[in-house]
Ligand binder design. Structure first.
Ligand code: 5GP
Length: 233
C-alpha cells in the first residue's frame, strides 16, 4: 500500500522548494501533478508543474470520476485544481509513495477518502518573514501582497487539521525535517526492527506532530491573527 503524503502551505512559505528538495532526496516518492484551469505562469510547462486544461475538460473529468479530490480556489480567480486518481493508481503499481501539494479543502477531501494519508502543514516563521519573502519575489503589486497575506492568515487558521507542522525557517533544515517524517512513516508501516539511527529519526519526526508543535506554532499564528486586515474577504 502506498503512503499518501499531503503538503499544504500559504503562498510564499517556500513549499515548492521544500517539495523539489524532498523529491530529489527521497527515492520511490512520486509527485502528483495536478490538473488546473488556471493559465500557466512564467516558465511553467504543461505536464511538469500542472496539466493545464479548459473548464470544459475539467468538468468532464469531474463527471467521469477522474479526481481523488478537487477544489475551486477563489483566491486564484475561481480556478479549479484537482488530483487525478491515476497518480495514486500508478504509485500503487510501482510500489511507490505519493506526495500531493494541495490546499486545505483538498487535504480534507483526501483525509476523508484515505484516513491513513499523512498531512503536513508548512508555516513561515512569522508574518513579517512571509511579507518580506513575498516582496523579495518582486513579482506582485502591493495590492496582491496584502491579498496574499490575508489569504495566508485564513489558511493558517486551519493548521490544526494537519498531522504534522513544519516551520520553514531554513530550507535545508525543512527538507531534512520532511524527510524524517516521510521515512519514519515508511518505517512504521514496514514493521521492520529499528536501528539506533532509525529511533532518533522517529523521535525527530515525532517533534513535528501537531500536539508537540502546538506551543512553537502559537506565536506564529498569533502574528498573523493580530495583523489580519479587517474588511478583507
Ligand atoms: P498555484 O496556482 O499558486 O500554483 O497554487 C495555488 C494553490 O493550489 C496552492 O495552495 C496549491 O497547493 C493548490 N493546489 C495545487 N494543486 C491542487 C490540487 O490538485 N487540488 C487542490 N485542492 N489544491 C491544489
Amino acid at each position: 500500500m502506498s503512503i499518501v503524503f499531503i503538503i499544504s502551505a500559504p503562498s510564499g512559505s517556500g513549499k515548492s522548494s521544500i517539495v523539489a528538495g524532498i523529491l530529489s532526496h527521497v527515492t520511490n516518492l512520486d509527485f502528483s501533478i495536478s490538473y488546473t484551469t488556471r493559465l500557466p505562469r512564467g516558465s511553467e510547462k504543461n505536464g511538469r508543474e500542472y496539466f493545464f486544461v479548459s473548464v470544459v475538460v475539467f468538468e468532464k473529468m469531474i463527471r467521469d470520476g477522474d479526481f481523488l479530490e478537487y477544489a475551486t480556489l477563489f483566491g486564484n480567480g475561481g480556478d479549479y485544481y484537482g488530483t487525478a486518481c491515476r497518480f495514486l493508481e500508478e504509485a500503487e503499481q510501482h510500489g511507490h509513495d505519493l506526495l500531493l501539494d494541495i490546499d486545505v479543502q483538498g487535504a480534507e477531501q483526501v483525509k476523508r477518502k484515505l484516513p491513513d494519508a499523512v498531512s503536513i502543514f508548512v508555516l513561515p516563521p512569522d508574518r513579517a518573514t512571509l511579507e518580506r519573502r513575498l516582496r523579495n519575489r518582486g513579482s506582485d503589486s502591493e495590492d496582491k501582497i496584502s491579498k496574499r497575506l490575508a489569504t495566508a492568515a485564513r489558511e493558517i487558521e486551519n493548521y490544526e487539521k494537519y498531522d504534522y507542522i513544519l516551520v520553514n525557517d531554513r530550507l535545508d533544515e525543512s527538507i531534512e525535517d520532511l524527510k524524517a517524517i516521510v521515512l519514519s512513516r515508511r518505517l512504521a508501516s514496514s514493521g521492520a526492527p529499528l536501528s539506533e539511527a532509525d529511533k532518533s529519526m522517529l523521535q525527530a519526526a515525532e517533534s513535528f506532530r501537531l500536539e508537540q508543535a502546538r506551543e512553537r506554532v502559537k506565536p506564529i499564528v498569533a502574528s498573523f491573527m493580530s495583523q489580519a486586515q479587517p474588511g478583507l474577504p
